[in-house]
Design a binder for this molecule. Structure first.
Ligand SMILES: [Zn+2]
Length: 292
């Protein structure tokens, strides 16, 4: 019996031992396997992380490239917008220039004067209070009236007696005027070539000034304080004396003043130059701003 027990005990012990050994080796194998697996996994993960890092770097680079490209595009758009702005500005200027009457700053001479059919774009009556003879009707280029009014009001504020005796004159009016003064003056265009100032009156931008004391003869106008005031102040309202003393183009007409716009008038005043001494192309550069 004891032997039997011993035998079965031994058997059990053996089985247990075998189980234990196999269990241990199995466990260590498992352990080994697991450790290897973890190592492998870790390595895989590290590789993955590196790959992801590299992907992130690539994406960042791509992002930078896109940002740069976007900036470039925006810059291009900016340049394009500026160009469009410049082009539309130029178009605007050309449009304004095309709508400005080129005759308004034209130099006239004994051989070149305004076409007989020329009429200003719009004429209005000069208010009676500005006229030497209030019963007369004197017209002006509509756009010049505000400047003329500014000049005459300023003269009035300076307690001067400055009046308008002549403004716009049409070709036919001039013809009648000439006829009244001149007999056997000749015929055709040459009839008026002696009056260089006439073309300027046909523009509607030109006026003859006088004072009550001087009247219609203009005699002694150049000695009046009104004339002196015009010499010092008319440019502020865009007016110039077309034929000043000792000019090389036409007889001295101290009463005859033409509107040429503030900027050109200011230049002529400051540089002590005469309108008729400037090159036509220099004068033309002021045309676009004549009513500014
Ligand atoms: Zn005149």
């Amino acid at each position: 019996m004891l032997e039997k027990v011993n035998k079965s005990q031994k058997y059990i012990t053996l089985v247990v031992l075998i189980l234990a050994i196999s269990g241990l080796s199995g466990g260590s194998y498992l352990y080994y396997q697991t450790a290897e697996g973890i190592k492998q996994n870790t390595a895989d993960l590290e590789i993955k992380i590196l790959e992801m890092d590299s992907t992130i770097v690539k994406l960042e680079n791509k992002n930078n490239t896109l940002t740069y490209a976007l900036q470039k595009e925006q810059e291009k758009n900016g340049i394009f917008e500026t160009q469009i702005g410049e082009i539309s500005g130029t178009v605007g200027k050309l449009d304004k220039l095309s709508k400005t009457d080129k005759e308004l700053l034209q130099k006239y001479s004994k051989v070149y004067f305004l076409n007989e059919h020329y009429v200003p774009e719009a004429l209005v009556l000069v208010p009676k209070e500005f006229l030497y003879e209030s019963k007369k009707e004197i017209s002006t280029h509509a756009k010049v009236l505000p400047y003329l009014g500014g000049l005459l009001n300023a003269a009035s504020d300076a307690e001067l007696d400055l009046k308008i005796i002549s403004g716009f004159r049409s070709f036919s009016e001039q013809s009648v005027l000439k006829g009244a003064y001149t007999v056997n003056y000749g015929s055709g265009a040459n009839t008026f070539s002696a009056d260089q100032g006439f073309s300027e009156h046909q523009l509607g931008t030109t006026f003859d000034f006088t004072t009550t004391s001087v009247g219609a003869t203009f005699s002694g106008f150049s000695k009046t304080k009104e004339y002196e005031w015009l010499i010092q102040n008319a440019y502020k309202y865009g007016f110039i004396i077309s034929y000043p003393k000792d000019n090389g183009y036409y007889e001295y007409e101290p009463w005859h003043w033409r509107f040429v716009g503030k900027s050109l008038a200011k230049r002529l005043y400051e540089e002590k130059q005469n309108f008729y001494d400037l090159e036509q192309r220099t004068i033309d550069s002021y045309l676009i701003n004549i009513f500014d």
